[in-house]
Design a protein around this ligand. Structure first.
Ligand code: AMP
Length: 121
């Protein structure tokens, strides 16, 4: 499967669709999910064109991998839900069909601001 340049997150990265930005650096963009499932529901995406976590692990540079993981931590701190600043959160990536991934650009969901609940239904 090839990366789809017309997926919604690619359009957000190109500035063609607006987002409620939380954080941006060389490696990641983070914004609020348009359909929040918890009090806080953010997304953290790599700037590179990666379909899912497997694609990312296969192709991304070490700097990109570190940048994405560190980006999640920075966003959690900014949202006051990190262990330093709040009560914790869940970081989750859906991968492909069985994972229930809808947007084919790697993204981590960050849920918090309240107890997130059962891990899977
Ligand atoms: P997934 O099912 O893991 O692929 O999650 C895709 C997520 O993207 C869902 O939680 C959607 O609500 C969210 N989403 C879709 N379009 C947008 C958008 N334009 N801005 C922010 N979040 C979006």
């Amino acid at each position: 499967m090839n990366y789809d340049n017309d997926n919604v997150f690619a359009k957000i990265l190109r500035g063609e669709i607006p987002c409620k930005k939380i954080y941006e650096d060389e490696f990641v963009l983070s914004f609020h999910d348009i359909n929040p499932q918890k009090k806080i529901h953010a997304l953290v995406i790599p700037k590179g064109k990666y379909i899912d976590l497997d694609d990312f692990c296969n192709k991304a540079s070490k700097d990109e991998v570190v940048g994405l993981i560190k980006g999640i931590n920075v966003v959690a701190k900014k949202l006051n839900i990190s262990v330093d600043t709040g009560k914790g959160y869940r970081a989750l990536a859906n991968v492909s069909e069985h994972g229930g991934q809808e947007v084919p650009h790697l993204h981590f969901h960050i849920f918090g601001g309240e107890k997130v609940g059962k891990m899977v239904e």
